[in-house]
Each structure stands twice: as structure tokens, then as C-alpha cells.
Ligand binder design. Structure first.
Ligand SMILES: [Fe+2]
Length: 391
């Protein structure tokens, strides 16, 4: 079997890891970094307390802050970010936030690297040819894994759809993983981003592109999420559970960046665009339905994942029975997390209307996420998944 695995991102993880930020920037020869974030993160105090303390301690000036990134990363926001970066002669990027902030920062770095003003001509796989400026990421949600992936998704206001960018040149130089950065995360976001990470791990594990390294990472991620997400959702003071979830999200990110995701993400992207719901919420609506569609084609892989989530007395049975058992546990797990965090349980809970169905299906079958899925995302299959997400 031939495969490639690539992850050049340095991981700095653990208590007080944030205090390494000035040193890491120094190592990267960054003189004038720009902190990219959103209002929610800015209000949480991570930047004004922890990051400021880190710069004070190292006797370095506090960097400039751009905090106008919207909840859903957009082409306009990235263009504004680029003007701010240029106007202030910045030379490096520190993204502090969730998926939208990290993807917007990747998009900024793409524009700088390619010396362009607009993202439209850079969409697609391996279009960019140059590496950008020094780039450090501090994720404030445990889910997207974007701090270690080669992909970015940006909403295009003109076409009302999501544009995807993929290149190993998009990967940050350093990811700083500190449990203090997720402490103020609302319960709903802990839950939905945790389910997103779970989906990355499962979809990477069953992808045609999966390989021994990505499977090892994905398996460990599923196991860690199973053991820690319920506790992280229940009690945000549980520092150990939050730290474990951050690490699980990073390793799921490494796995899917090298093996890709699948049909769950195709539906999540299309429903996300049409219904304007956060990515994690969209994933949480389609995860079980998408895995059920893979029950036969990926029975072997799903039966292996049972070992990550159940006690030994559950291991008996044929491959098919064990795969079905895994799906049974998965459904129970996802529903419990959704109920505990009061997340939307069905498509109807997020304002879905029947006339939106065709648009969601049309965008889903065109979405590039399922190129490496064992099962083809036909219109019928997308419809099945939508029907399942209604109940
Ligand atoms: Fe995702």
C-alpha cells in the first residue's frame, strides 16, 4: 500500500503552554505579529489576561489585535483582515479562536503568500505555490483540528456557498494547546465541536485514504473523545477533560488532514451554507446518519472502532454485528451529548423547511469532502441522510 503522511506543525501542549507564545514567535523570527480573533474570544479575557501576561513576562510589546472575524468565516472578512495586516506592516499571524478564526487566518496567509487581494482564484487543491508568513495558532475550541490541517473553508458571500482550499502550505508553524483557552467555552460549543472532532476521527478511519498512521491517530482520538467529552460538557471546570479533548481534536485533525473526511461533512457543509448553522451543529445532525450509510462498506473498520468505545464483553460477534454495535453506541453517545448541552436534536429544530431540501442535496453531492468516501454520495443517499436527520 502506498501512502503519504505529512504534519509539519510543532505542537506545544499542556498547562501554561500559552506562555511559550513569545518564544515561539522569536524562534520564527516574527517581529510584528497580528493577533487574529473574534469578539467572543476577545471578551473571554484569554488575550487581555493570559497572552498579555506572556508578553509582559518576556518583556515584549503586546501585538496588535484584529477582532472582527465573524462566526462564519467569509471572503469579505478576510479581505478586511488583509487590509488591516498590510496597513499596520505586520509580519506574522497569531490566530486565537475556533474554526472561523483559524480558517480566516489561513486565508489571510494564502493572500499574503500569493500576493493577491481576492481568494476566488485560489480555491481548490494545491493552487497556492508559496509559503506565507510565520503562523501560530491557539485553538479556543476542541473540535475543528484546523490548527494542524491543510484545509480552510471560507463562505463566499457572492455565490452563497462555501469555498474550500487545500494545500500543505496552509499548515501553521506552531499550534499551542492550552486547557486555559477553552475554559470559557459555552456548553453548546464544547458539545458541538467535540462531536465535530469525533466525526473527523471516524470519517478519517473509514476513508479510502486511511493509512496505518491516520488510523492509529483516529482510533486514539475516538477513545479519548468517548472518555472525556461527556465530562467536558457537564463541567467546564474539569480541566483534565478539556485538555484531553483539545489533544483528541488535534490528533483527529492530523488524521483527517491526511485521510480526508466523508459524506457526513458533505451534508454538514451544504446544510451549513443553506441553513446558516454552525459547522459543529450541522455535523452533529448528520454524523449518525452518515455512519449508518457506511455500515456495509466499512463494516470492518467500524467493527474495529467498537474496541475504542466498549468493554470487552461487547466484542463477540461477526464483523457486521460488531459494526452495528458500534453504530448503536455512537447513536446513544451523540444523543446523550446533544441532550446534555441542549443542542438541536433534528433538522426541524434548526428551522429547516422542505423547500430547502433540493438545494442542500445539490450542494452536498458537489461537495469535495466525500471524494475519498467508500460510499458514493448519490442524491438518494443525501436524501436518506436528510430524512434521518429530521427525526
Ligand atoms: Fe468538521
Amino acid at each position: 500500500m502506498y501512502y503519504e503522511f505529512y504534519c509539519p506543525v510543532k505542537i506545544v501542549s499542556g498547562d501554561n503552554a500559552i506562555f511559550n507564545l513569545p518564544n515561539e514567535l522569536n524562534r520564527l523570527k516574527a517581529k510584528k505579529p497580528l493577533i487574529v480573533t473574534d469578539e467572543g474570544v476577545k471578551k473571554s479575557g484569554i488575550i487581555d489576561s493570559l497572552i498579555k501576561m506572556a508578553f509582559d513576562e518576556s518583556k515584549k510589546p503586546m501585538p496588535l489585535i484584529f477582532n472582527n472575524i465573524p462566526v462564519e468565516s467569509s471572503t469579505k472578512a478576510v479581505e478586511n483582515l488583509l487590509s488591516f495586516f498590510k496597513q499596520n506592516d505586520c509580519d506574522s499571524i497569531v490566530a486565537v479562536g475556533g474554526g472561523s478564526v483559524i480558517d480566516s487566518s489561513k486565508a489571510l496567509n494564502m493572500l499574503i503568500a500569493e500576493n493577491k487581494d481576492s481568494l476566488k482564484e485560489l480555491a481548490g487543491v494545491d493552487i497556492i505555490k508559496n509559503r506565507g508568513v510565520p503562523f501560530v495558532v491557539i485553538p479556543t475550541t476542541a473540535g475543528t483540528g484546523s490548527e494542524v490541517t491543510s484545509v480552510a473553508v471560507i463562505f463566499n458571500e457572492d455565490s452563497n456557498s462555501k469555498m474550500a482550499f487545500a494545500s500543505s502550505l496552509l499548515m501553521p508553524d506552531v499550534a499551542i494547546i492550552d486547557p486555559a483557552s477553552t475554559q470559557t467555552l459555552p456548553k453548546k460549543l464544547t458539545a458541538s465541536s467535540g462531536i465535530d472532532a469525533l466525526s473527523h476521527a471516524i470519517e478519517a478511519y473509514i476513508s479510502i485514504q486511511s493509512n496505518p498512521i491516520s488510523r492509529a491517530l483516529a482510533f486514539e482520538s475516538v477513545k479519548t473523545i468517548w472518555e472525556n467529552l461527556p465530562a467536558a460538557v457537564k463541567d467546564k471546570e474539569n480541566r483534565q477533560a478539556r485538555e484531553n479533548m483539545l489533544n483528541a481534536s488535534v490528533i483527529a485533525g492530523m488524521a483527517f488532514s491526511n485521510s480526508m473526511v466523508g459524506i457526513v461533512h458533505s451534508l454538514a457543509h451544504s446544510a451549513g451554507s443553506v441553513l446558516h448553522i454552525p459547522h459543529g451543529v450541522a455535523v452533529s445532525l448528520f454524523l449518525v446518519a452518515g455512519v449508518k450509510e457506511n455500515a456495509d462498506a466499512s463494516a470492518k473498520e467500524l467493527s474495529e472502532l467498537l474496541n475504542a468505545v466498549a468493554y470487552m464483553n461487547e466484542y463477540r460477534g461477526t464483523t457486521k454485528q460488531r459494526a452495528e454495535r458500534f453504530i448503536y453506541f455512537l447513536e446513544k453517545f451523540v444523543n446523550q451529548i446533544k441532550e446534555e448541552a441542549h443542542l438541536p436534536l433534528t433538522l426541524n429544530d434548526v428551522g429547516f423547511e422542505e423547500e430547502q431540501e433540493d438545494k442542500i442535496i445539490k450542494l452536498a453531492v458537489r461537495d469535495g469532502s466525500s471524494i475519498f468516501s467508500k460510499v458514493t454520495l448519490t442524491k438518494e443517499r443525501a436524501k436518506n441522510m436528510i430524512n434521518a436527520a429530521k427525526i
